[in-house]
Design a binder for this molecule. Structure first.
Ligand code: UT7
Length: 326
């Protein structure tokens, strides 16, 4: 069997504290019933106040490195996908590099929002297949609960905190056999965090106007999400020489159960082939697919020889998919 970039190890970390829909009923005008039927979310995890994205990422990274049988010094490159980095700069990957003692690695962040972990895996594959690096650590780490306006019921019920990671290196199994990424920048206004960047620097006024919180046109994003996720998955699956019916498990970005069921229907996949953990964690942006992949593996949802497809979309709008031969 030919060796090519594949998954050497997986890990994830979820904060202990849960915020349930019942808790949310006390915070905003909502109901467990509305949140469950409209989104599929029952509870989400909240990281402690003193935790930043790097603290979540470190735990997931350590678990993934341990799972791969490698040591931190064996890592050549760290890629962190995040929209909730500790600071605007330095990159969160540099902070994680220091914390885990991966002293031989290069490090950079990527921002592709909820698609970030998939973009990270695909970037890692280029470095591994070219022979430039041996072991690349890819992390999706997010503290989304710092970005949401806790008085805006249309967004605050959706998001949670967490991190997932994988080590990518040359492998005979769990090979990344194809991928697709895309972007539609004309939708960049649909999901954004307006203030704090060079366009609208933070001032007293921007804080008062709550421009440092995430804004989303939920309905618009919903419609586009169904289309681009199904398209991205189809393109990667076709490129792998497979049909949708050959996919044993689809691991989608956990944005909304109704989006995921619509994608499954578009792809002709039965519900039992869709990996779901949205009920427990909500939407963790780039960490969603990372955690889902690690959990699917840990829960023995994937067996040797399976065709696994990861698919995501997010702010940008970005979208992408990866097919892994387990
Ligand atoms: O990964 C990032 C990408 N983001 C997403 O994938 C999100 C995509 N969008 C969605 O998931 C859905 O659009 C939402 C879950 C955000 C909203 O669901 P919806 O079915 O599109 O609801 P809606 O925005 O059309 O709102 C319907 C009603 C409105 O009330 P009126 O105007 O009909 O009286 C909202 O005010 O539901 C109301 N509403 C709520 N009611 C109770 C909105 N949020 C809530 C809430 N609880 N939390």
């Amino acid at each position: 069997m030919m060796e090519q970039a594949g998954i050497l190890g997986l890990g994830c970390y979820l904060p202990v504290m849960k915020l349930t829909n019942k808790d949310m009923e006390k915070m905003v005008d909502t109901s467990d019933e509305w949140i469950m039927t409209r989104t599929g979310i029952k509870e989400r995890r909240i990281a402690p106040k003193e935790f930043a994205a790097s603290d979540l990422g470190v735990e997931a990274a350590r678990a993934a490195i341990k799972d791969s049988g490698l040591k931190p010094e064996d890592i050549d490159l760290i890629i962190v996908a995040t929209v909730t980095g500790d600071m605007a700069f330095p990159s969160t990957s540099c902070i994680i590099q220091d914390k885990i003692g991966a002293r031989n690695s290069a490090a950079f962040d990527i921002n592709a929002a909820c698609s970030g972990f998939i973009f990270g895996i695909i970037t890692a594959k280029q470095f591994v297949d070219s022979g430039f690096y041996k072991n690349v650590l890819v992390i999706g780490a997010e503290k989304m609960t710092n970005l949401v306006d806790w008085q805006d019921r249309s967004t605050c019920v959706l998001f949670g905190d967490g991190a997932g990671a994988c080590v990518v290196g040359k492998s005979k199994d769990r090979r990344i056999i194809s991928y697709f990424i895309g972007c539609d920048g004309s939708g960049s206004n649909l999901l954004r965090l307006p203030a704090g960047g060079s366009r609208i620097p933070t001032t007293e006024e921007t804080v008062k106007a709550k421009l440092h919180f995430l804004k989303m046109e939920g309905n618009e994003v919903f419609k586009i999400a169904v289309k681009v996720m199904a398209d991205a998955a189809n393109k990667a699956i076709t490129k792998a020489g497979l049909l949708c019916s050959d996919i044993d498990l689809l691991i989608p970005h956990q944005a909304n159960i109704r989006i995921l069921m619509a994608v499954a229907k578009k792809m002709g996949l039965p519900e039992e082939k869709i990996f779901l953990n949205i009920e427990k964690y909500g939407n963790m942006s780039s960490a969603s697919t990372a955690v889902a992949l690690a959990e699917a593996d840990k829960e023995h949802k994937i067996k040797k020889g399976d065709n696994v497809a990861l698919v995501a979309f997010g702010a940008g709008l970005t979208y992408g998919a990866v097919v892994i031969k387990w």
